[in-house]
Write a protein that binds this ligand. Structure first.
Ligand code: SIN
Length: 288
């Protein structure tokens, strides 16, 4: 018997889950349905969930152990009482940012792939949204891999790439990092270009972020050309879903088989999102 309602949000990925109250304890049966929908749709949207920070933490823990936010440019957690929560915001109080990423575009990426074991998932809760702009997009990396031409699949089979740790998706340098002049020397984990998803076993293209990426063992020019082609393929509109935020939307996404990016918005408006992430495992290459 189904208790939740699942409405797909695009042909490629994303589904809206309704008929569930995220403040109340969720039964094991309902949680199993949500997890099944998540495996199928990769990104889940829950609308009208006015969650406190504690609710957000409790809800996030249903999907695994929390992973603390990565280092931000300011070197300390944004919420003293909830250091597990990252704040994504352009708002400043007394000249000091209350959150990360500002109001500019955040380029396509998946989160923290520059560490050996990147988060498996993230949850983003909309607390204040601008009247327009600031939409977020996700792209399906299973589809991206499955639709790659065979010769591209052959070129990347068994290959690894550097996932640069230097800059965040808004182009801000992380604390303690130095500018990178040669991508071959970029600091960060070396990840397989095609992973086997730890839960589904399906092959997914695993690109991390474009800036300072480098395919190990290739001439730099060859690596640059192949990465440009892979990124152009992976970020095509037919693989993606666009989220136009409403207040108290909560989005849960699988960080292993999706990329995401965000549009810029008017700096004179306010956008405040609270975000958690769930610990993941080191990823293994897809064996074919
Ligand atoms: C992020 O990249 O985690 C932030 C996405 C957003 O601000 O919508």
């Amino acid at each position: 018997m189904t208790s939740i309602t699942i409405k797909p949000l695009s042909p490629a990925l994303g589904a809206e889950i309704s008929n569930v109250d995220l403040h109340a304890p969720i039964s094991p049966a309902t949680l199993a349905e949500i997890k099944q929908a998540w495996d199928a749709h990769l990104v889940l949207r829950f609308r009208g969930q006015m969650l406190s920070d504690q609710n957000l933490l409790d809800m996030s823990r249903l999907f695994g152990e929390l992973d603390p936010p990565g280092p931000n440019p300011y070197g300390k957690p944004f919420l003293e009482d909830f250091p597990e929560i990252n704040v994504i915001s352009n708002v400043k109080v007394g000249g000091a940012p209350i959150g990360n990423l500002g109001d500019g575009e955040a380029v396509w990426h998946c989160d923290m792939t520059y560490v050996e074991s990147p988060p498996r998932a993230a949850l983003l809760h909309a607390l204040e949204i601008p009247p327009s702009g600031g939409d977020t997009f996700w792209s399906n990396m299973y589809l991206a891999y499955e639709t790659l031409p065979d010769e591209m699949k052959a070129k990347i089979a068994g290959r690894r790439a550097i996932h640069d740790a230097t800059y965040n998706s808004a182009g801000m340098m992380r604390k303690g990092m130095n500018p990178v002049t040669d991508p071959r020397q970029a600091p960060g984990a070396h990840q397989p270009l095609v992973i086997s998803h730890p839960d589904t076993g399906r092959a997914a293209l695993y690109l991390g972020r474009r800036r300072n990426s480098y395919i190990l063992g290739m001439a730099l020019a060859e690596s640059e050309a192949l990465l440009d082609a892979l990124w152009a393929h992976a970020t095509q509109p037919q693989f993606s879903f666009r989220q136009e935020w409403r207040l108290h939307d909560l989005i849960l996404w699988d960080n292993r088989c999706t990329l995401h990016r965000r549009d810029s918005f008017d700096p004179e408006t306010r956008r405040v999102m609270h975000r958690t992430q769930i610990k993941g495992l080191a990823l293994t290459a897809f064996a074919g």
